[in-house]
Design a protein around this ligand. Structure first.
Ligand SMILES: Cc1cc2nc3c(=O)[nH]c(=O)nc-3n(C[C@H](O)[C@H](O)[C@H](O)COP(=O)(O)OP(=O)(O)OC[C@H]3O[C@@H](n4cnc5c(N)ncnc54)[C@H](O)[C@@H]3O)c2cc1C
Length: 474
């Protein structure tokens, strides 16, 4: 401790107020623990301020503009004018409402909010450096700590986010005028979501990706409709190419990529968005002071109770590893708080879904057929195409399908993969089925509202048993 410091004591010190940290803090407060939540930037973290919420707001607004201008088939003729600055102001309003809500919820749960940057100074001690000149720093002594410092975008050599023409996702979501030409480096979910936004706003988008397809990590038949629609929007794809350098010209910039044979390709643009992944923020925490060491990618390993190798230190959210998704972090945050309060809980990672908010949406949970086989099950698969869904067609969204994977013998639902309208919402039913240990027969016996997209989930489950009525059975 620094001479003259008065140390604050707390049961639970939470570092970082993103979805992992603020949820942990609120839950710990609800359980009667004394909690201090330290945040260096903005309540709500990346998710509320620069990630999930702003991107979904811009996806909705750009979709509205695009759909209104492309509905002649339905007898709707419109030529919407888009003011990106106003759209961004609206998005910022949504963000402000939510971040203000987080602060209120924390206060209502009795959480002590502290602005500043925290790092460990001992096994049960952290220093918090307050922002702003002359604000000083203080020591916080804690019984338990929850590390929730999240992640930052990965920079690639020669593409610095401090250059005006090189954007990370947060900067791209704040542009007040659409660039005429945009090169997007990386066809992962962030690259694909933002490419779609800008293509709908009239930007000429070029996507370059080192691997050979969009959305690496998802099955090819799920990614296919996403790539097809992106191409329909006018997005150009270059696979097997890595961005190597860029330079300015009189009328914009040139982004250079290198293919597998070492050949160079030039892509003219006005801006380049680099979306090649995110890395955990653990390098600023002085982890060795608390006895922790991150793995070689910077993540903190945890068990299913979010506990690190050090008994009284927990890690939640992006710092705790893949999947780097907000809902995984929130659930880990709740669990860490409950474990500290003495509850016997843990997270089943099979029930963590993933969603991509492209056009169409894509969502998965649990096991694929191949994973189920590998895990020793005899999987049975059911499928239902949205082309056979009355609701999907009445929304002009007949592309894609619901697929479910179950254990043939027991009928237990093991996984689901959906590409199509509202996939991000529909996956919740499959997730619930997995968590509850539901069988195919349970979902089939459940009456679903007509006409809804959710009927497609029931039909896929029925199809796995050869009992679907609205599609041909396998
Ligand atoms: C463009 C984009 C779109 C996304 N869309 C989705 C989506 O649709 N769905 C989804 O599930 N996920 C999405 N994500 C991912 C999601 O944002 C993250 O998984 C989530 O924010 C992780 O939460 P977290 O609490 O671990 O960390 P973060 O949200 O990163 O928050 C960490 C917080 O810790 C603070 N902090 C860091 N170090 C310190 C320190 N030393 N002291 C004090 N404070 C500190 C930071 O300022 C930050 O506020 C998206 C991400 C991006 C970038």
């Amino acid at each position: 401790m620094v001479v003259g410091d008065i140390a604050t004591g707390t049961d639970v010190l939470v570092i970082g107020a993103g979805p992992g940290g603020y949820v942990a803090a609120i839950r710990a407060g609800q359980l009667g623990l004394d909690v201090t939540l330290v945040e260096k930037d903005a309540y709500g973290g990346v998710c509320l301020n620069y990630g999930c919420i702003p991107s979904k707001a811009m996806i909705t607004a750009s979709d509205l503009a695009y759909a209104a201008g492309h509905a002649e088939e339905m007898g709707v003729y419109a030529d919407p004018e888009v003011d990106l600055a106003e759209m961004v102001d609206w998005k910022d309003g949504v963000v402000d409402q939510l971040t203000g809500g987080v602060e209120k919820l924390c206060k209502a749960a009795g959480v002590n909010l502290m602005e500043g940057t925290a790092f460990f100074a001992g096994e049960h001690e952290a220093r918090v450096v307050h922002g702003g000149e002359g604000q000083g720093s203080e020591t916080v002594e804690f019984e338990h700590a929850i590390v929730a410092t999240g992640s930052r975008p990965i920079e690639i050599p020669d593409f610095s986010f401090s250059d005006e023409q090189v954007l990370d996702s947060a900067q791209a979501l704040d542009l007040r005028e659409p660039p005429e030409r945009l090169v997007v480096v990386g066809a992962g979910y962030i690259g694909m979501e933002l490419s779609t936004v800008f293509a709908r706003l009239g930007t000429e988008v070029t996507v370059v990706e080192m691997l050979d397809d969009v959305l690496p990590g998802f099955e090819a038949d799920l990614a296919r409709p996403v790539k097809r629609r992106a191409k329909d929007l006018g997005i150009d794809f270059y696979f097997g190419q890595a961005a190597s350098e860029w330079w300015e010209e009189d009328d914009g910039i040139v982004v250079v990529t290198e293919d597998e044979d070492g050949e160079l390709h030039e892509h003219p643009a006005d801006k380049v968005l680099v979306a090649v992944g995110r890395q955990p923020v653990t390098d600023t925490l002085e982890l060795d002071a608390v006895g922790l060491e991150p793995d070689d990618r910077g993540f903190l390993s945890t068990d299913d109770q979010a506990r690190t190798a050090v008994e009284h230190v927990f890690a939640v959210g992006d710092v705790a590893g893949e999947p780097m998704l907000a809902h995984k972090g929130m659930m880990e945050g709740e669990i860490a708080a409950e474990v500290i309060a003495g509850e016997a809980v843990g997270l089943d990672y099979q029930t963590v879904p993933a969603a991509v908010f492209t056009d169409p949406e894509l969502a998965t949970v649990g096991m694929t057929e191949a994973e189920a086989e590998e895990a020793g099950f005899s999987p049975v698969v059911g499928r239902f195409p949205f082309a056979a869904s009355g609701r999907a067609l009445s929304m002009d969204e007949g592309e894609g399908f619901v697929r479910v994977v179950a254990d043939d013998e027991s009928g237990f639902v093991l996984g689901g993969q959906i590409v199509g309208p509202e996939a991000s919402e529909l996956v919740a039913e499959v997730t619930l089925a997995i968590e509850m240990g539901a069988r195919l027969e349970d979902v089939v016996a459940t009456v679903h509202t007509h006409p809804t997209l959710a009927e497609a989930v029931r039909e896929a489950m029925a199809n796995a048993r050869g009992k679907a009525v609205h599609t041909l059975n396998r």
